[in-house]
Design a protein around this ligand. Structure first.
Ligand code: HEM
Length: 361
């Protein structure tokens, strides 16, 4: 390759706009600088440039300059793209909408993936330990064994599989962002409060998985629930607000061993967890499965032993009563506590914006 040829791309890369301009002007202007450019782009020997300029030579030069301009434009565009962090290349409103489109399926459970998306977001985040600053949604380690196989996470592969096509569609979104955003969509699209959310989590590999036992054991009581949630940095009021998510969804014998929904509208976000807990009479379920409670009148609804602790523990009960009589306060408190949960342990980029997504019509 001649030295002339090597100079050209550099010239063009530095000044793509002016190179293009020169190219456009070239046929009319036969200034020496225009000639230099034309020559620079030619693959011909220099002596050919000493011949009188022909129409053919001029066209070749123009095409060359145009090509270099295009090349330079492409170079600058791709360089800029490379330097943009992956999380900034995603249109999160579009992801929100696509997740919302995945919710409904009349053949799945009660007709919506919303509840299991909320549970996925919570289990991806609720491994956080504020002392060691490990766990949380930042690494999305819930998708790796052994964490994916911890007993508490049984059944969440269903939610991850449902979301996977969106990870393929939006290659630049992290799993941590996708799973937590799915929780936001689940809450909002099922009628719950707006939950503010930020992007920018980066994924980690299996060696960052948290040890088993960081999520609550449904068979235990108030002390255990406090141990688990205090470790994450929540207080009693926040814990009482978070567990109100049990208005959504149901227990599955083939996942947790427990059975049934908490109320009659498991695909609508309400304060019914609290009203049912306080107003219904709960008796132990007569069966071979783990200890759980069912409502005395119908036996159709359930409470976990850990849920019952919120009724019997006096400090938790204050908030249960508050949320049972005041849905707005519950919605406000849940929104704040859930947003906090999804951000535990995440070091967001300084310029990560906060989103408040509009629900779909
Ligand atoms: C005391 C703490 C908690 C305990 C012991 C607990 C336990 C459980 C259990 C055993 C299930 C049934 C899983 C299955 O069989 O499919 C479940 C489901 C669920 N949990 Fe919790 N949970 C707790 C707190 C929370 C929190 C803080 C949230 C969210 C903010 C939440 C959201 C959900 C949802 C939405 C479901 C339904 C999932 C579905 O329908 O597939 N839970 N929980």
């Amino acid at each position: 390759m001649s030295s002339t040829l090597r100079t050209v791309p550099r010239l063009a890369l530095r000044a793509p706009a002016s190179a293009k301009l020169s190219a456009l002007r070239l046929p009319a202007a036969s200034t020496s600088s225009a000639r230099t450019l034309a020559r620079a782009y030619s693959s011909q020997q220099q002596r050919q440039y000493q011949l009188p300029r022909t129409r053919k030579a001029g066209t070749g030069g123009i095409l060359g300059v145009l090509a270099a301009g295009a090349l330079a434009g492409w170079y600058f565009y791709s360089k800029q793209q490379d330097e943009t962090p992956a999380w900034k290349k995603v249109n999160y409103q579009n992801v929100y909408k696509d997740i919302a489109d995945l919710l409904e399926d009349e053949n799945y459970d009660d007709g919506s993936y919303g509840p299991v998306f909320v549970r996925l977001a919570w289990h991806a985040s609720g491994t956080y330990d504020k002392k060691t600053r490990t766990g949380g949604s930042a690494g999305a380690t819930i998708r790796h064994a052994p964490e994916s196989e911890h007993g508490a996470n049984a059944g969440l592969d269903v939610a991850r599989r449902r979301l996977e096509p969106l990870k393929q569609k939006y290659r630049n979104i992290s799993y941590g962002d996708l799973y937590t955003l799915a929780g936001v969509v689940g809450v909002q699209e099922l009628g719950g409060p707006t939950v503010q959310w930020r992007p920018g989590r980066s994924d980690k590999q299996a060696d960052a998985c948290t040890p088993d036992g960081r999520l609550p054991d449904a068979a235990q009581g108030a002390d255990h629930v406090r141990d688990i949630f205090y470790r994450m940095g929540f207080d009693d009021r926040e814990i009482a607000a978070l567990v109100g998510a049990h208005a959504l969804g149901r227990c599955h014998t083939y996942r947790s061993g427990f059975d049934g929904p908490w109320n009659a509208s498991p695909t609508v976000f309400t304060n019914f967890f609290y009203t049912e807990l306080l107003e219904n009479t709960w008796v132990p379920k007569k069966w071979d499965g783990p200890k759980q409670f069912v409502d005395k009148p119908t036996g159709a609804f359930m409470m976990l032993p850990a849920d019952m602790a919120f009724k019997t523990d006096p400090r938790f009960r204050t908030y249960i009563e508050l949320y049972a009589r005041d849905q707005d306060t519950f919605f406000n408190d849940f929104s704040a506590a859930f947003a906090k949960l999804l951000e535990l342990g995440v070091k967001f980029p300084e310029d990560a914006p906060t989103y408040r997504f509009k629900t779909l019509d």
